[in-house]
Unconditional design. Structure first.
Length: 399
């Protein structure tokens, strides 16, 4: 199947437009990383705590910020998680000064900040970290509202926790248990428990030392992948092919990371996995073009390298559009419908596939031609010396 046949687009004739496009996005990304948002590293790299919170009502983000600031958590960040109707928020807190033995400190700080005026002597039924089966059962056994055996209260405690789970871990009121457990049990629970406006769904904690180690390993992974590609293309083609391909991939990585900085989206481990994926994808597309160039160099010996490169790009254009287009539609669907968890991963692939396909045509191929023209021009500037003996012989022959 082909979308384009016998195309004759002068890609190299538009190289200055391509250069301008690359410079605009590369410089914008670099300026953002240096002066605006920096490189927005996620909790995986900077170390810290992610607390996943579900609210009983639509969260008031201004109020959340005020409560965090009141608790001296001025650097905390928060964002909506998933569908707005789920009322879920993820709150992140840097813990660069926290020791590995006290990694729960940040999590407890966030919980304390969100708890406003809790009733004295009561436990929060919505906070699953503090209340469990044993706490509910012991409360009922002590109060003994039904004058029943402890085994009966075991069953009722499990019912209470099941209802809590069905409501996503957050109840608007203890009265929501009515109809499931006897009213006397509900009244007894009110004596020892209350329901806050939020519940902790989970937490991810990364210590500062682990974050630094992951950061170093991420750099090594990207660096070694580029070095491996360079060596491979050096042996398969020529050194200039490998250099051109690595420059193109570095160009893709720079623009992708710059896009994260410009949009102020955090770079997590999944984003690094996406960047490594696009490194391989972009390199594969570049190799396809280079392989066709190598074949055409043998077949079209009388034509210039620029004409051969243009012909090769046009010949592989249909394949490029089909493979890149279908992959782009897949990752675009993942970005639109994959949810917040996959948002960074899919965003990196959406940007990377577009830029990677572009760089194979607009960066790697023109570099080959530019290098060839530079080498030919350099050879033409080297003066050709005439041996002295040959000059004397010509003089005698003329005489």
């Amino acid at each position: 199947m082909e979308f384009f046949r016998n195309t004759n687009i002068d890609f190299l004739g538009k190289k200055w437009y391509f250069l301008g496009f690359s410079l605009i996005f590369s410089v914008a990304g670099i300026l953002s990383m240096l002066f605006w948002h920096g490189i927005p590293l996620g909790v995986d790299f900077r170390g810290g705590t992610l607390v996943y919170v579900k609210f009983a009502h639509p969260p008031n983000y201004g109020q959340i910020r005020s409560m965090l600031d009141h608790a001296a958590l001025h650097n905390a960040k928060f964002q909506r998680l998933g569908d707005p109707s789920a009322n879920e928020v993820v709150i992140s807190l840097d813990e660069k000064d926290t020791k590995e033995t006290d990694l729960s400190k940040g999590k407890n700080q966030i919980i304390s900040a969100l708890e406003t005026n809790p009733p004295q002597g009561k436990q929060d039924l919505n906070n699953s970290d503090k209340v469990g089966f044993a706490a509910v059962r012991d409360s009922l056994v002590t109060r003994d509202p039904l004058h029943a055996a402890p085994a009966e209260y075991d069953r009722i405690a499990r019912q209470v926790l099941d209802v809590l789970k069905e409501h996503g871990g957050v109840l608007n009121s203890i009265d929501e248990l009515k109809g499931v457990v006897p009213d006397a049990v509900v009244d007894a629970l009110k004596q020892d428990f209350y329901t806050s406006d939020f519940g902790i769904r989970g937490a991810d904690i990364v210590g500062p030392q682990v974050g630094d180690q992951l950061k170093r390993q991420a750099r090594l992974a990207v660096g070694f992948s580029l070095l491996g590609m360079l060596v491979y293309l050096w042996f398969r083609f020529e050194l200039i092919y490998g250099v051109a391909a690595v420059v193109a991939v570095f160009h893709d990585t720079l623009i992708t990371v710059g896009a994260f900085s410009l949009t102020n989206q955090e770079i997590s481990l999944t984003v690094i996995a996406a960047i490594l994926t696009l490194v391989g994808y972009s390199m594969n597309d570049t190799i396809v073009v280079f392989d066709r160039i190598r074949e055409n160099v043998k077949l079209m010996r009388r034509e210039s390298l620029a004409e051969i490169v243009n012909r090769s790009i046009n010949q592989t254009l249909s394949r490029t559009i089909l493979t890149s287009g279908l992959t782009f539609l897949t990752v675009l669907s993942l970005y639109l419908f994959g949810g917040e968890v996959l948002r960074g991963f899919s965003f990196a692939l959406v940007v990377g596939i577009v830029i990677g396909t572009y760089s194979s045509i607009a960066v790697a191929a023109p570099m080959l031609v530019a290098y060839q023209e530079w080498r030919v021009g350099r050879s033409a500037r080297v003066p050709v010396s005439i041996p002295a003996q040959a000059g004397k012989g010509k003089g005698r022959a003329k005489a």
